[in-house]
Design a protein around this ligand. Structure first.
Ligand SMILES: Cc1cc2nc3c(=O)[nH]c(=O)nc-3n(C[C@H](O)[C@H](O)[C@H](O)COP(=O)(O)O)c2cc1C
Length: 374
C-alpha cells in the first residue's frame, strides 16, 4: 500500500466551488454519541497516519480535521501484546479528537478483545477494516477478504458491537472485483449487525489504487442504509472535497493521499466553508510544520528512523514545486535529520525570497562536488 500512486490535483476551476456558503457541509453524529463537527475525515493510511502525522495535519489545518483515524492495527498483534501494535494505540487526546482506531483481522473473539483494548486506550470509535487489499492480510481472512464473507462479517461486527460501548464503524471497498460489486449488500449487513457508520472507498480489491474511485457506489450505499456514509477516493483539493459532499446521501468525505501532499487541506476547506479565500502556504509555514512533525515523530521513534519518515512526507509535500525534485534528490541523501533540515530550510527560505534559481545553482554545485568526491 505504501506504493499507492500519487494523486495529481484536478483543476478546481471547473467545479464552481468558491468561498461559502455551503449548505451541504453539516455536522453529523455517529451512533448518537460522537458528533463530527466538520464532515472531513483524515483517512487511515498504514505506514503514514501515525500519531505524529495525524497531529501534523491537525496543526497545519489549525484543528479543522473532522475525524482522525489511525493506521490499521492488527488484532492479532494487539491481543498477543505485540509492542509495535500496542504502540499504534498511542495518541494525543488533546489534539487527535475525535479519534477512531482502525483494527484488522478476521477472528471474532480477537476482534472483540482488540476493540476493547482500543476503547480502553481512549478511542471514541472503533473501525473494522474491510478494504485492505494486501495479500498477507487477505490470505488470513482480513481486510478486503471480509467483503467475500458477508455472513461471517456480519457476525464479526455483531460480536464487536456487543463488546464495546463506543460506536463501531466499518470501512469497505466497492467489492472484490468488477464482477462482484457488493458494497450495498455488505453495508446493509453490517448496519443490521450494529455498525454505526460506513466508509466506502469506491474501488474494488482487485483495482488496488488503479483507475478512478467510483463515487456512484458511495451514493448507492448511502441510499440503502440509515447510518452515516463517508466517501473515500481521489479527493485532491479543498474545492473537490466540498464538491464531493454533494454526492447524494453522503455524510462525510475522507482525504488520504492528498493530506500527505497538503496537510493544510482541512484548514483550506474550513476557510472556504467560512466564506474566506483558502489559506496559502508559504515556505516558512512548510518548514514550521515539517519541523514539528520531526519533533513529534521523535517522541515515539528512534532517532535513526526519523529521516525515513521525513523523506516520505517531504517527497509528497514538494511534488510539483519548482526545483522540488532537486531538493528531494539532495535531502534524500542526507543521513541525519539535521542534515535534511539544512537542505529543507535553505530551500524554503529561498522559495519565500524568490531566490530558488540561485539556490539551485548552489545545490547543483554541491551535488557536483559530492559526485566528484565519490
Ligand atoms: C499508503 C496507504 C495506506 C493505506 N492504509 C489503509 C489502512 O490502513 N486502512 C484503510 O482502511 N485504508 C487504507 N488506505 C486507503 C485509504 O484510506 C483511502 O481509502 C484510499 O487511499 C483512497 O483515498 P485517497 O485517494 O484520498 O487516498 C491506504 C491508502 C494508502 C495510499
Amino acid at each position: 500500500m505504501a506504493n499507492a500512486p500519487e494523486l495529481t490535483p484536478t483543476s478546481s476551476a471547473t467545479l464552481g466551488i468558491g468561498p461559502g456558503p455551503h449548505p451541504d457541509i453539516r455536522p453529523f453524529t455517529i451512533g448518537g454519541q460522537v458528533r463530527i463537527d466538520r464532515p472531513f475525515v483524515l483517512a487511515p493510511m498504514s505506514g503514514v497516519t501515525d500519531s505524529a502525522f495525524r497531529r501534523m495535519c491537525g496543526m497545519a489545518s489549525t484543528g479543522a480535521v473532522g475525524l482522525y483515524v489511525t493506521e490499521f492495527i492488527s488484532i492479532e498483534g494487539l491481543t498477543r501484546a505485540n509492542m509495535k501494535s500496542a504502540a499504534r494505540l498511542a495518541f494525543d487526546a488533546q489534539i487527535e479528537r475525535p479519534l477512531s482506531v482502525q483494527i484488522f483481522g478476521a477472528e471474532i473473539e480477537r476482534m472483540a478483545n482488540a476493540a476493547q483494548m482500543a476503547e480502553e486506550a481512549g478511542a471514541q470509535l472503533v473501525d473494522i477494516n474491510c478494504g485492505c487489499p494486501a495479500p498477507k492480510v487477505v490470505k488470513r481472512g482480513g481486510g478486503a477478504e471480509l467483503m467475500r464473507q458477508c455472513d461471517a462479517l456480519g457476525r464479526l461486527v455483531e460480536r464487536t458491537v456487543q463488546a464495546v460501548k463506543v460506536p463501531v464503524t466499518v470501512k469497505i471497498r466497492s467489492g472484490w472485483s468488477a464482477d462482484s460489486i457488493n458494497a450495498v449488500q455488505i453495508a446493509k449487513r453490517v448496519e443490521e449487525a450494529g455498525a454505526q457508520m460506513i466508509a466506502v472507498h469506491g474501488r474494488t480489491r482487485l483495482q488496488l489504487y488503479t483507475g478512478e474511485a467510483d463515487w456512484g457506489i458511495v451514493a448507492d450505499v448511502a441510499a440503502n442504509v440509515r447510518v452515516p456514509v463517508v466517501g473515500s477516493g481521489d479527493v485532491t483539493t479543498a474545492e473537490e472535497a466540498i464538491w464531493r459532499m454533494r454526492t447524494p446521501g453522503v455524510a462525510g468525505v475522507m482525504i488520504g493521499r492528498s493530506a500527505i501532499m497538503n496537510p493544510w487541506i482541512f484548514g483550506q476547506i474550513d476557510d472556504l466553508v467560512q466564506g474566506k479565500p483558502q489559506r496559502t502556504v508559504d515556505g516558512a509555514e512548510r518548514l514550521r510544520v515539517l519541523r514539528a512533525f520531526a519533533e513529534m515523530a521523535a517522541e515515539r521513534m528512534p532517532a535513526h528512523a526519523i529521516p525515513g519518515r521525513l523523506k516520505q512526507v517531504l517527497a509528497r509535500m514538494t511534488k510539483g514545486m519548482e526545483f522540488g525534485s532537486l531538493l528531494r534528490e539532495r535531502a534524500m541523501r542526507a543521513q541525519t535529520t539535521e542534515a535534511m533540515f539544512d537542505w529543507i530550510e535553505r530551500f524554503f527560505v529561498a522559495a519565500d525570497a524568490g531566490e530558488l534559481e540561485s539556490w539551485a545553482v548552489d545545490a547543483r554545485g554541491d551535488a557536483t562536488q559530492v559526485s566528484v568526491a565519490a
